[in-house]
Design a protein around this ligand. Structure first.
Ligand SMILES: [Fe+2]
Ligand SMILES: [Fe+2]
Length: 369
C-alpha cells in the first residue's frame, strides 16, 4: 500500500494517526523517559508576546511572512514507493538507534508545532502579523512531525502525540528566552539536516532509510523559521542588546551545544550507521550554528578554543558514568550517592564553560551585521 501524504495536520490529535490507513494498527510507543537530554516543551507569556511592537523591523517580518504564505513545501512531504519494505532492510541494532532518532526528532518537531500553534491562537486578535507567521510555522512543524511519525509506523510503532501534549511537563520561558531557544533550535536543526543530506549525497550507500531524501527542502523550512526569529529579535532590539542579553545568549548557546554533543556522542551508533562520526558531525554543526548566530546574537562562543571541546568531553565522560550508575542493580539511595560526584563535576564543567570568554559578534562576522 502506498500511504497517503503527510500533508498539513491541523490539530495535535490528528498527527498521531496520520496515514495509518487500513494496515494493522501500530503499537503506541511509550514516550522516552524525560531527562535533561530529551526535547523540551515550552510555554511563554502570551500577553507580552501579543503586545510586541514590530515596527522597528516590520518590513522584514512582512517579507518573511510572504515567504511563509508561498508554502514552498506544500507538495514536498509525499511518501513514495521507496518506503515500501525499507524498514525491513535494517539490522536490529541499526533499527533500534534509527527508531530512537525518529522518536526524538518527532518529539522536538511536535514541541515546535505546539508552541507555535498556541502562540498563533493566543495573539491573533492583538498581533495579527506575528500570529500569522506562527501559524505558518506550526503548519510546517506539524508536517515534519507527521512525516516522522509516519516513518515510525513503518517500524510498527507510533508516538501518541495527544498523550504527549497532555502529559509532558511544560517549561515556561519569557518571550526573549523563547526567542533565543527557538532561534537556536531552528538554526541547529537546519545545520543538522543539511549536513546529513550533503553527506548522504556523497555516500548514497549509507542512506539507510528514504526519509533522508526529504532533508534538503525540509531544512529550508527550518532555515526560514530561524530567519523569522532573527527578524523578530531585530524588531525587539533590546533582546539582543546590553549585558543581560549577552549573558543569556552565552547561556543558551552553551546549553544547546552541550546538550546536543552529549546526547549525540552517547548514541554515536546512529551516526555510524550513516557513515558519520558523531563527534566530527557535531563539531561541524556547532561551529556552523555558532557562526550563524553571530548574525543576531551580540556574542557567540569561542568554539575554536580546544579547551571548549575538552570540557565537552568531560561532560560526555560524566554522563556515561551517570548512565552506568543508573543501570547498576544498586538500591536507589546508594545510586544517588554514587551519582553525586558526577552531577557536581558536570555543574563545575558547565560553569567553567559558561565563564570562558565569548567572542563579540562584531568581530566574528562583521560583514553580515
Ligand atoms: Fe521542523
Ligand atoms: Fe522549524
Amino acid at each position: 500500500m502506498v500511504p497517503p501524504a503527510a500533508s498539513t495536520l491541523p490539530s495535535s490529535s490528528s498527527i498521531g494517526v496520520a496515514g495509518v490507513g487500513t494496515q494493522e494498527a501500530p503499537a503506541i510507543k511509550d514516550p522516552a523517559r524525560d531527562t535533561i537530554l530529551t526535547p523540551r516543551f515550552y510555554t511563554t507569556d502570551f500577553d507580552a508576546m501579543a503586545a510586541m511592537d514590530l515596527r522597528p523591523n516590520e518590513v522584514e517580518l512582512e517579507a518573511i511572512c510572504e515567504e511563509f504564505r508561498k508554502d514552498y513545501n506544500r507538495h514536498h512531504f509525499v511518501r513514495n514507493e521507496e518506503f515500501d519494505g525499507a524498514a525491513e532492510q535494517l539490522d536490529p541494532d541499526t533499527r533500534r538507534v534509527f527508531v530512537e532518532f525518529l522518536e526524538q526528532s518527532c518529539t522536538s518537531e511536535f514541541s515546535g508545532f505546539l508552541l507555535y500553534k498556541e502562540l498563533s491562537r493566543r495573539i491573533k486578535a492583538k498581533n495579527p502579523l506575528l500570529a500569522e507567521c506562527f501559524a505558518h510555522m506550526a503548519r510546517d512543524e506539524a508536517r515534519h512531525a507527521g512525516f516522522l511519525n509516519k516513518s515510525m509506523t513503518d517500524f510498527g510503532l507510533q508516538l501518541d502525540l495527544g498523550f504527549l501534549t497532555a502529559n509532558k511537563a511544560y517549561t515556561k520561558f519569557s518571550p526573549e528566552h523563547i526567542f533565543y531557544a527557538t532561534y537556536l533550535s531552528e538554526k541547529i536543526g537546519y545545520w543538522r539536516y543539511i549536513a546529513i543530506y550533503r553527506h548522504l549525497e556523497k555516500h548514497p550507500e549509507s542512506k539507510i532509510f528514504p526519509i533522508f531524501n526529504f532533508f534538503e527542502n525540509w531544512c529550508q523550512d527550518e532555515n526560514r523559521h530561524g530567519d523569522f526569529f532573527d527578524a523578530l529579535m531585530k524588531a525587539q532590539p533590546d533582546t539582543v542588546r546590553g549585558w543581560k542579553a549577552k549573558l543569556w545568549c552565552r547561556f543558551f548557546l552553551l546549553a544547546v551545544f552541550a546538550t546536543m554533543y552529549v546526547r549525540d556522542v552517547a548514541r554515536k551508533e546512529f551516526y555510524e550507521a550513516l557513515g558519520l562520526d558523531a563527534r566530527t558531525y557535531d563539531r561541524y554543526v556547532i561551529r556552523k550554528t555558532n557562526e550563524t548566530s553571530a548574525r543576531v546574537f551580540p556574542v557567540v562562543l569561542d568554539v575554536e578554543n580546544p579547551t571548549f571541546w575538552d570540557r565537552l568531553e568531560s561532560l560526555v565522560r560524566n554522563n556515561a558514568a551517570l548512565a552506568e550508575a543508573d543501570n547498576a542493580p544498586t538500591p536507589a539511595p546508594l545510586k544517588v550517592l554514587r551519582k553525586l560526584p558526577f552531577w557536581a563535576a558536570n555543574a563545575m564543567q558547565m560553569a567553567r564553560l559558561f565563564l570562558m570568554a565569548p567572542i563579540s559578534s562584531d568581530q566574528f562576522q562583521p560583514a553580515v551585521r
